[in-house]
Design a protein around this ligand. Structure first.
Ligand code: ADP
Ligand code: ZN
Length: 296
């Protein structure tokens, strides 16, 4: 079986073909410009490859409601050329095969849960800390959506006492993305995040915010494992800081075996930046075999 994967991002489109075992046979990166320019390049990569099903995971917001007239669209994105764009319909028209569709972070959560570091647990969360912050929620074969896909990068946090900077989120003064995304680190310290590796306070504040968010996800959903990916998480010194902050913020309230073994509870992404692509393969299979838990 040949599966097609499209990880649609605001700066680049990652396209891959592979099989159900998660083997990537071919992969290319196409720059995201306008739909008129970018989509024909994507279609060109996939054509003649005899794709049986596609998985697409995309930047958002996107419409995942199968009963909606705009299902499969990128909706109100600030990347205006892509606002109200029917990305699933465009691929459907070109290839006429089943297409699974979800957010980029849900795709990453699914990739890790199928082929990566959360495949041995029932429920997991994938948090990406990059230009923005997104969170994907996986439970027992399904990805969580409600009236919309989760936007858990926008939960409200208590300010770190030494942080007097401005939030970079145009909607919220104190949300996770506004205070802890790569964009916000660079706005606060006026340097590229990777140049700040030796600045202790930068990562103390960052770990505080990430741990604060994680506490909220833990007490709400009790996931069996939490994965952290995205550009900012290349700063490996964050992991021990986050784990110790989580322990102290929980203050002994949750005493599961997972929390006791926190080094295996809060972990880095494991699939060499292919987690969302591999998640797309799984989305494609779910669509093909109709194992998606959503009502159609
Ligand atoms: P995107 O979120 O756009 O898909 P990334 O996950 O690579 O892409 O995130 C980019 C952000 O990550 C940038 O804002 C930058 O601040 C940050 N970043 C990238 N590399 C590093 C690094 N080595 N250390 C710290 N921050 C980094
Ligand atoms: Zn916000």
């Amino acid at each position: 079986m040949i599966l097609g994967a499209l990880e649609a991002g605001g700066t680049k489109m990652v396209c891959a073909i592979g099989d159900e075992k998660g083997v990537i046979i071919d992969k290319t990166i196409i720059k995201t410009t306008s739909p008129d320019e970018t989509m024909p390049n994507i279609i060109n990569f996939f054509k003649d490859k005899k794709i049986d099903a596609f998985g697409i995971c995309s930047f958002g917001p996107i419409d995942l409601n199968r009963n909606s007239a705009t299902y499969g669209y990128i909706t109100t994105t600030p990347k205006l050329q892509w606002a109200n764009y029917n990305i699933v319909g465009t691929i459907q028209e070109a290839f006429n095969v089943p297409i699974g569709f979800d957010t980029d972070v849900n795709g990453a959560a699914l990739g890790e849960a199928t082929y990566g570091c959360t495949r041995d647990v029932l429920s997991s969360i994938y948090i990406t800390v990059g230009t923005g912050i997104g969170v994907g929620f996986y439970h027992d074969g399904s990805l969580l959506h409600g009236m919309l896909h989760p936007e858990a990068g926008h939960i409200m946090l208590k300010r770190h006492p030494l942080d007097h900077g401005k939030s970079v989120c145009s909607y919220h003064e104190n949300c996770f993305e506004g205070l802890a995304s790569g964009t916000s680190i660079e706005a606060r310290w006026k340097r590229k995040a990777y140049e700040l590796a030796d600045e202790k306070l930068v990562w103390e504040i960052e770990a505080y915010y990430i741990a604060h968010a994680i506490i909220n996800y833990i007490v709400t959903l009790m996931p069996h494992r939490i994965v952290l990916g995205g550009g900012v998480m290349h700063q490996k010194q964050l992991f021990p800081l986050i784990r110790s902050n989580v322990k102290s913020m929980l203050n002994g309230y949750i005493k599961t075996p997972e929390i006791q073994d926190i080094d295996n509870y809060i972990v880095p992404a494991s699939l060499d930046d292919n987690q969302a692509i591999l998640g797309c393969f799984k989305l494609a299979m779910m669509e093909l075999y109709n194992t998606n838990s959503q009502i159609k």
